[in-house]
Design a protein around this ligand. Structure first.
Ligand code: GTP
Length: 329
C-alpha cells in the first residue's frame, strides 16, 4: 500500500519547455477521471473541491447526482476533466438500470477512476460490490480515495486504509494509489490532483481555459432547483423529484447595466399526494425553494434572475420510458 503523504510524483509545473518559456511545462496532459463510490461517499463534494467552485450538487441525501456533471481542473501542466457519476446500486426501477448503465459506460471511457470510500464508515458490502465491478474494468487505473478524513481519529483512519488495501486485494484489483483526503477541510485535495494527473495521456487542453464544466447551463440550473427542493424534505421525496428548465431568456427592455434572466422551470413529482410536500402551506415552501435556488443560480451565472417555478405531476415517471426521456434520462 502506498499512502502518499510525500511520495506523490511531484511534478514541476514550472519546468522550462523546449523554448525556454518558464510559464509552460514540458509535458501537458489532458484527460478524464471519474469519481465512483456508494451514495454519500463524498464524490460531489470532492469534485467541487478539486475544481474549486460549486459545479456538482452536494446534499446530505443519497443519490442526488442524476446527471453526469463534469468539473474541469485547469493547471499549467494538465487539464483534468472530472465526470461525476451517480452511485452504483441494485437496480429496482428502469431509472436505476439506466443509471447503472451510465456508470459502467463512463468507467470504460475515462483515463482514471477514483473510488471514494468514506473514512467514517467501515468498508461494507456496497463497497465490495463496486470493487468487484471495478475489477472488471481492467485497463483503467484506479485510485482509492478515503474521504471525510476530518471525521475520524488517526487510528481509525489507519484501520480504514488497511481495510481499503485489503479490499483491493480481495477484489483482484490493484490500486494505483490510496489517498486519504478531506474535501471539506481541503486536506490532501491538491495531492490527489497531483496523483491523478500523471495517469492522464499527454495532450493539449480539451476545453477553453476558465471553463468549469460543459454541462449545459439549463441542466445545472435544474440541479440547483432540485437540490433546493430536496432540502429539509427528510424521507418523503428524493427519488420522486425531477426538475426540467423549460426556458431561460434575458428579460426584454432592461437597461444594459441591469439585466434580468427569466427562468421557467417545472418541478415534477410522481403522485398528486406529493404536491403538498413541495408546495407547503399557502405555497410557503415552494417560495422558500425558489428563493434559495435563485440565490444559487445567480451565484452560478453571475446575473440577477427571476425564477418561475411550477409543480407538475408526472405519474410514476421513474417507471415510464417516455417520461424518463422527457425528463432527460
Ligand atoms: N465532514 C465531511 N463531510 C463531507 C466531506 N465530503 C463530503 N461530506 C458530506 O457527506 C455528504 C455526502 O456528500 P456528497 O459529496 O453529496 O456525496 P456523493 O458521493 O456525491 O453522494 P451521491 O450524489 O448521493 O452519490 C454531504 O453531507 C457532505 O457535506 C468531508 O470531507 N468531510
Amino acid at each position: 500500500m502506498s499512502v502518499p503523504s510525500s511520495s506523490g510524483p511531484a511534478k514541476d509545473p514550472s519546468a522550462p519547455g523546449p523554448s525556454g518559456d518558464t510559464e509552460r511545462p514540458a509535458v501537458h496532459r489532458s484527460g478524464f477521471a471519474c469519481l465512483v463510490g456508494r451514495p454519500n461517499a463524498g464524490k460531489s463534494t470532492l469534485t467541487n473541491a478539486l475544481v474549486g467552485t460549486k459545479v456538482a450538487i452536494t446534499s446530505g441525501r443519497p443519490q442526488t447526482t442524476r446527471h453526469t456533471v463534469r468539473g474541469i481542473v485547469h493547471r499549467p501542466d494538465a487539464q483534468l476533466v472530472l465526470v461525476d457519476t451517480p452511485g452504483l446500486h441494485k437496480p429496482r426501477t428502469l431509472l436505476g438500470e439506466r443509471l447503472n448503465d451510465l456508470v459502467r459506460s463512463t468507467w470504460a471511457e475515462v483515463d482514471v477512476i477514483g473510488f471514494c470510500l468514506p473514512a467514517d464508515q467501515r468498508v461494507g458490502p456496497g463497497d465490495r460490490y463496486i470493487a468487484g465491478e471495478l475489477a472488471e474494468v481492467r485497463r483503467t487505473p484506479k485510485i482509492a480515495v478515503v474521504t471525510k478524513t476530518d471525521l475520524v481519529d488517526p487510528a481509525t483512519l489507519a484501520e480504514r486504509l488497511v481495510a481499503v488495501d485489503r479490499l483491493g486485494k480481495e477484489a483482484g484489483l490493484e490500486w494505483a494509489e490510496i489517498v486519504p483526503v478531506s474535501a471539506l477541510r481541503d486536506r490532501q485535495v491538491g495531492l490527489l490532483a497531483d496523483l491523478l494527473v500523471p495517469l492522464l495521456p499527454e495532450g493539449p487542453p480539451l476545453y477553453p481555459d476558465g471553463d468549469l464544466t460543459d454541462e449545459p447551463e439549463q441542466v445545472m440550473v435544474a440541479e440547483l432547483i432540485r437540490e433546493a427542493a430536496l432540502e429539509g424534505v427528510r424521507d418523503e421525496l428524493p427519488h420522486s423529484l425531477a426538475v426540467v428548465v423549460e426556458e431561460m431568456l434575458p428579460r426584454q427592455g432592461r437597461p444594459e447595466d441591469r439585466p434580468l434572466l427569466d427562468i421557467h422551470a417545472f418541478v415534477y413529482i410522481e403522485r398528486p399526494s406529493q404536491k403538498g410536500i413541495v408546495i407547503g402551506a399557502k405555497g410557503a415552501r415552494l417560495k422558500e425553494v425558489g428563493t434559495q435556488a435563485r440565490r444559487q443560480i445567480e451565484a452560478l451565472l453571475g446575473t440577477p434572475v427571476f425564477l418561475d417555478l411550477h409543480v407538475k405531476v408526472a405519474k410514476d415517471w421513474q417507471r415510464d420510458p417516455r417520461q424518463l426521456r422527457k425528463l432527460g434520462f
